[in-house]
Design a binder for this molecule. Structure first.
Ligand SMILES: Nc1ncnc2c1ncn2[C@@H]1O[C@H](COP(=O)(O)OP(=O)(O)OP(=O)(O)O)[C@@H](O)[C@H]1O
Ligand SMILES: [Mg+2]
Length: 212
């Protein structure tokens, strides 16, 4: 089923960001999206994740067009990882019952295991206002683990490893690749190296998508 955008437009007030965009992504394909800062990449992923509703045109993800249903099909690592002031574990599971090995697998893929082992409370360490202060890269890796643990059929990555050093970023991208076999993946990045072996790369410019 995959993803389909049909003549989708989106504006913030008067500012048109996406101008009649059409895109078809086959189920299981990996697509890269590149483009200069402010061109609308995050806006496009927010539409595909069901965070925003399209203002005109049609967005279909895994056969769903209602945003509440789309949200269930999609796991997204947002550009600015948002964590809740609960434990690391709850940030990964989002309160859903989950097998321990599923959580471990996600933590390993996001290269969290070593760091968490150094914390006195491990996965039960609280993050946020009342808990430990954590770095941007640690927050980003928790968000990646959350997306992997969701086991959604569509995975959207918005500069998902931008706060990580080059070696960790590469390792995380490799792990994501292994764990998302057969899933539909859209990856927004400023680093083409992250898109090696992707099925197709598009460039977003002036509200339009171009082959790259
Ligand atoms: N909530 C908002 N309200 C008003 N304008 C917004 C909002 N979010 C984004 N914009 C504007 O819409 C345009 C597209 O933003 P978007 O975040 O989609 O860009 P982007 O391609 O993801 O950029 P970057 O590479 O810097 O992350 C920008 O000009 C931005 O200023
Ligand atoms: Mg962005």
């Amino acid at each position: 089923m995959g993803i389909r955008m049909d003549q989708v437009s989106f504006a913030y007030g008067e500012h048109m960001v996406l101008d009649h965009i059409s895109l078809t992504v086959k189920s299981g394909d990996r697509i890269g999206i590149i483009g200069t800062s402010g061109c609308g990449k995050s806006t496009m992923l927010k539409l595909l994740s069901g965070l925003y509703a399209s203002q005109s045109g049609r967005v279909e993800v895994e056969g769903e067009t209602e945003i509440t249903k789309i949200r269930q099909k999609v796991a997204m690592v947002m550009q600015n990882a948002m964590l809740l002031p609960v434990s690391i574990k709850e940030n990964i599971t989002c309160g859903h019952p989950m097998k321990e090995d599923c959580i471990q697998e996600a933590m390993e893929a996001a290269k969290l295991t070593e760091w968490i082992a150094t914390l006195p409370d491990g996965m039960d360490t609280l993050v946020g206002e009342r808990g430990n202060m954590i770095s941007g890269g640690q927050a980003q890796r928790i968000a990646i683990a959350r997306a992997i643990a969701k086991h959604a059929s569509v995975v959207l990555l918005d500069e998902a490893t931008s706060a990580l050093d080059a070696t960790t970023s590469e390792a995380v991208h490799m792990a994501i690749k292994n764990l998302t076999k057969g899933k539909t993946v859209l990856c927004v990045t400023h680093h083409m190296d992250n898109l090696i072996n992707y099925d197709h790369i598009y460039r977003l410019e002036g509200g339009h998508l171009f082959d790259s």
